[in-house]
Design a protein around this ligand. Structure first.
Ligand SMILES: [Zn+2]
Length: 279
């Protein structure tokens, strides 16, 4: 049954359908302070609320958007109050829904200028995936600069350019308040190189240097809470279960989470690099 609409989509040269395993619904919840999880099982979406409107960071596949909308509503907020659409990077599993959300809200899409061409091409011409994962093209309303701080309703979101996974990969930091304490949140852009050519890549000659610099930059960010574009990288499922088991303890407050993730990512890149250099 699933093959029929899929075949239709592909035959029409349409956009890449969601990986259903990554797109399982997750009950939305508050991570800490004014930071909420509104994404699916494998593709994250974060709502950062303020009295003057909200930020929405990443919007999953096109097929994730109805879940995100329902999740925002379930939490008692309104999609129409989203003021800024922020993104980690221009791959279809994180931003395919951005064009439709941008068209239906007054939210402004802010982006790294190095990612803008990929967004405008709808994911086509990706240095690693070429035209394999297209999505509806979208043009940012405003370009960011590295280290830029966006302010809204008392919450500041800071953009950190961390290229490698894509040329305009952008990590985000903010601070939330929980029980009167400030908690520093780091939401890194993906630091993975799935099948990437790391040696002598004519489409991305600086890829090794960029990955190394981005990992070093992320290591320098203080973090009490680490969450990221894919649930498995911060153990979304395990942390949700742990919280249900012991509601008085917040497992998302995990200062070791970010260094652990970076160690793993760095080791995987080193291993891939060593393999490619031996060839
Ligand atoms: Zn990606």
């Amino acid at each position: 049954m699933i093959f029929f609409p899929l075949a239709l989509l592909l035959a029409a040269g349409q956009f890449t359908p969601a990986n259903p395993e990554w797109n399982q619904p997750v009950a939305p919840f508050r991570i800490a302070g004014n930071l909420y999880y509104v994404g699916a099982s494998g593709v994250s979406s974060f709502l950062i609320t303020t009295p003057e409107g909200h930020y929405l960071l990443d919007t999953g596949f096109s097929e994730t958007v109805p879940q995100i909308e329902a999740n925002i509503q379930k939490l008692g907020f309104r999609l129409s109050d989203v003021r800024f659409l922020l993104i980690s990077h221009g791959h279809y599993d994180h931003i395919a829904g951005v064009a439709s959300l941008k068209a239906r809200t007054k939210a402004k899409l802010l982006a790294n200028p190095a990612e803008a061409p990929l967004l405008q091409r709808g994911g086509k011409g990706d240095f690693a995936f070429a035209d394999r994962f297209p999505y509806p093209p979208v043009t940012p309303d405003r370009m960011l600069h590295d280290g830029e701080q966006i302010s809204l309703g008392g919450t500041v979101m800071t953009a950190h350019f961390t290229p490698g996974h894509t040329k305009g990969c952008t990590s985000w930091t903010t601070t939330v308040k929980e029980d009167g304490k400030d908690l520093r949140v780091v939401i890194p852009c993906s630091v993975s190189a799935p099948g990437y050519q790391l040696v002598n890549n004519p489409k991305y000659p600086e890829i090794q240097k960029d990955f190394a610099a981005s990992i070093a930059k992320l290591r320098a960010l203080p973090s009490d809470i680490f969450v990221s574009p894919h649930g498995w990288d911060f153990d979304l499922e395990g942390k949700v279960k742990a919280r249900a088991a012991v509601p008085t303890r917040n497992p998302f407050i995990d200062p070791k989470g970010l260094p652990r993730y970076l160690d793993k990512s760095e080791a995987a890149i080193r291993e891939a690099l060593a393999k490619q250099q031996r060839r």
